[in-house]
Design a binder for this molecule. Structure first.
Ligand code: AMP
Length: 529
């Protein structure tokens, strides 16, 4: 059954893999397989003129045509350009992501008919610029982005809601009547890492605390194997192939498949050649685990930080440790979590698909709550979805740059501390430095560092068109807020007249509507396979 407004889907736009899912009439989230019949689509784009290939074939082409292939562009979201040229062109990370989204959409439409609206997931730790870039990628792909939601929040939703709505009358997989459930979501994907504490109670679903690293994921474990191979070349032949970028491109696939083998076997064969020199060896899981121990320790540190310091919970207060992301298949991850928490981690939902499933459930929940009548849902499921309230938190503190009168140093004045339930707003009164001043510029910051320069600048808030002849020291109230999607908004009030003042949040790296249109035309002009 198709809604006249188009179907709603949830999309996990991953660093290495992407997944699209929808919710069927019984309330169960299901993955929509791509045209090749696979549930996961590698987030890799091969470009040749006006032809684009997305997915498995593009990934395979990376070894032979690295100059035509773009991958890992999620890591450059928020920057102006993807770091490498693709088919002789400099492309924006938003545009490359939009090509992936278009492929997912095209293939999913073959299964369920027209798709218009989507919830897209992002790592909880994404800042405003990266969230904005993701939303723009959706627009370039022609999708109405209902909401941007944090990956661990989506995963937590899937764990908590999947069975609850799929079988009317049944409790969720963990929740009995009147009970609450607290879960710790450990999400280690291809390029990012998040830990989030979630709670489901009769009132709804809330995120309690979240933290992570934007630049830590399975790719770093692959690099450990790349370094291991390079060391063999150095020791045996006194050459270091890592200085050759094309070697690095070619070896990535071997490193990843060896890593995956080591998730199942205690040792894996490695055979590769460079400049007529051959390295043939066995890599044991023990050596791999020892060489990557510092990466695992980083995740252990964040896990403890989020549970005990941010959520202020002991391990006995956490009911389940939930595994999300393909990299949690590495035995060392489960072992570390079992040692650290004293609990056997739960992977009863597929760690690769659970985020997209949660996003699909969230899209449907938003659709039901917005009263989209044509949603193909059973009445009972619709009624139950309407009663779930979802509350997320902000992953970064939000503040403004202020000057310390004594030292002249620029400091970060935090107005909204991290892990505040969303939506949230806070105000600060500034005084006009000079009489007759028509505008004030305030730097808006994301981060916790005391020094302003050590944080991420969201943008400059320009309070302009102030009334004429305002005396010096006139009070201007600036209100910062985070929406439910973690996006930042600014408003200002001239307290002398009680009127709202025109305020712009000037963000250097954002695309204008005209630029979005231009990128959409470029993507429309591509034949995407
Ligand atoms: P995701 O972003 O959640 O799709 O996770 C992708 C990451 O999971 C990639 O770095 C994969 O190499 C990694 N991955 C998938 N399966 C395995 C496995 N069996 N063992 C180790 N890593 C895996």
């Amino acid at each position: 059954m198709t809604s006249p407004e188009g179907n709603l889907v949830g999309i996990d736009l991953g660093t290495t893999m992407s997944v699209v899912a929808h919710v069927d009439s019984s309330g169960r989230a299901t993955t929509l397989t791509n045209r090749e019949g696979d549930p996961l689509t590698p987030s890799v784009v091969y470009l040749d003129g006006n032809e684009a290939i997305v997915g498995k074939s593009a990934k395979a082409a990376a070894a032979h045509h690295p100059d035509k292939v773009a991958s890992l562009f999620k890591r450059s979201m928020g920057a102006v350009l993807h770091g490498r040229m693709v088919d002789g062109r400099s492309l924006r990370p938003e545009t490359l992501s939009a090509i992936v989204l278009r492929k997912l959409r095209n293939d999913a439409e073959r299964r369920i008919g027209p798709i218009s609206k989507a919830v897209i997931t992002v790592p909880a730790f994404f800042d405003d610029a990266r969230r904005r870039a993701t939303e723009i990628a959706g627009r370039i792909a022609g999708l109405d982005v209902l909401e941007i939601v944090n990956e661990p929040t989506a995963a937590g939703l899937a764990y908590c809601l999947q069975d609850r709505f799929a079988s009317p009358g049944a409790a969720s997989r963990f929740l009995g009547p009147g009970q609450s459930f607290t879960g710790l979501v450990y999400d280690l994907g291809g390029g990012t890492f998040d830990v989030t504490v979630v709670r489901l109670s009769d009132r709804g679903f809330e995120t309690v605390a979240t933290d992570g690293e934007v630049q830590l994921g399975g790719k770093d474990w692959d690099d450990v194997i790349v370094d291991y191979i390079a060391r063999q070349f150095r020791e045996q032949y006194k050459i270091d192939p890592r200085t050759d970028a094309s070697w690095r491109d070619a070896i990535g696939g071997l490193a990843e498949s060896t890593k995956m083998l080591l998730s199942q076997l205690s040792s894996a064969p490695l055979e590769t050649s460079y400049n007529n020199h051959v390295v043939k060896t066995m890599l044991t899981r023990k050596t791999f685990e020892e060489s990557s121990r510092d990466l695992l320790t980083r995740t252990r540190f964040v896990t403890r930080l989020v549970a005990s310091e941010q959520a202020k919970l002991g391990w006995e207060q956490i009911d389940k440790v939930l595994l999300v992301g393909g990299s949690t298949r590495m035995p060392m991850v489960r072992q570390m979590l079992a040692d650290a928490t004293g609990k056997e981690p739960d992977d009863s939902l597929d760690p690769d698909q659970v985020v997209a499933h949660g996003a699909a459930l969230y899209a449907t929940l938003l659709g039901a709550q917005a009263g989209i009548k044509e949603l193909p849902l059973d009445d009972d499921v619709r009624r139950r979805l309407c009663h779930v309230e979802v509350v997320d938190v902000n992953s970064h503190s939000l503040g403004v740059a202020v000057t310390d009168r004594r030292t002249g140093q620029k400091l970060n004045h935090i107005m909204i501390p991290k892990n505040s339930p969303l939506p949230v707003a806070a105000s600060k009164v500034f005084v006009l430095p000079k009489a007759g001043q028509k505008q004030v510029r305030i730097s808006v910051l994301e981060g916790e560092a005391p020094e302003a320069a050590a944080n991420i600048t969201v943008g400059d808030c320009l309070v302009r068109d102030l009334p004429d002849d305002l005396p010096a020291s006139s009070p201007i109230q600036v209100r910062l807020s985070f929406g439910c999607n973690g996006r930042v908004n600014v408003m200002a009030l001239d307290m002398s007249s009680g009127k709202l003042v025109q305020t712009d949040l000037e963000q250097k790296r954002t695309l204008t509507d005209a630029e979005i249109q231009q990128e959409a035309e470029f993507v429309d002009g591509l034949k995407i396979h």
